[in-house]
Design a protein. Structure first.
Length: 256
């Protein structure tokens, strides 16, 4: 089998990191964890499980996922988030690949879970993600939020990645708070300005997209939950962007 390096980015993922590494081990002969300052036992657990750990303050989604790539000993890279696992069909699919064409990257279907409940409504499945690629031709875009792999060609493997997205509905709200703050920071970093109308417009757009275009209106409670939380996330990230700019203006006026 062609050697593959698994790469995981982490921050306070002690509950997840061991299982994530274990899911990569059947197909990866090297596993690298890029940690951005965990205060729990993430690093100790990763090292105990045989991963190499690199310490790097958070650079944004794409840059952080790309940081370890030059340090890998293999050209083929398999990227997972710490709350993701390769399912058995993904492992079998990867083992069956010849990995002879560096222009080809490989895509997986992702199952997103809230607790033990698999959310399939409103675009939460099949949620295709490209995660296996050759670093000589492909890689993560340098986007600070919601980056993805850019490759000359992409092939669907049919295999699944299991994503333990949220522990429960309360955790779902906590994650929206965390991720909307990160998204707002990323938008400000790339020069996006404030707007009094943007939070409402993007929230309404997200709600209609999930309810109508993605069919959430006809998919029961799961469809409504996905639609409402997506709209809330959209509203909060743009509202927080405005807040960052307000805070910056206030700081400048106080120092003047």
């Amino acid at each position: 089998m062609t050697p593959i390096t698994g790469i995981i980015i982490t921050l306070d993922e002690a509950e997840n990191i061991a299982d994530c590494i274990a899911s990569l081990r059947p197909v990866c002969d090297e596993i690298i964890v890029v940690d951005s300052g965990s205060r729990d036992d993430t690093v100790a657990i990763a090292e105990r499980e045989g991963a190499s750990v690199i310490h790097q303050p958070y650079l944004g989604d794409g840059p952080q996922k790309a940081f370890a790539v030059p340090r890998a000993r293999n050209d083929w890279i398999l990227a997972l988030d710490a709350d993701e696992r390769l399912e058995e069909d993904a492992v079998a699919a990867i083992r069956a690949l010849a990995l002879e064409d560096p222009d080809m990257a490989y895509r997986f279907k992702r199952r997103n879970f809230a607790g033990h409940h698999w959310i399939r409504a409103a675009g939460f499945y099949p949620d295709p993600v490209t995660r296996l690629y050759n670093r000589t031709t492909s890689g993560y875009l340098p986007k600070k939020a919601h980056s993805s792999v850019q490759a000359p060609q992409v092939l669907d493997t049919g295999g699944h990645i299991r994503h333990f997205t949220y522990r429960d509905l309360s955790h779902w709200i906590i994650r929206i708070d965390q991720l909307s703050s990160r998204d707002a920071w990323a938008m400000k970093q790339r020069g996006k300005g404030p707007s009094r109308y943007r939070p409402t417009w993007h929230a309404l757009s997200a709600l209609l997209r999930k309810l109508i275009l993605k069919g959430g209106l006809f998919q029961g409670a799961d469809g409504m939950t996905v639609a409402v939380t997506t709209a809330f996330h959209a509203y909060m990230k743009y509202a927080k962007l405005n807040e960052l700019h307000e805070r910056e203006r206030s700081d400048h006026s106080e120092s003047a």
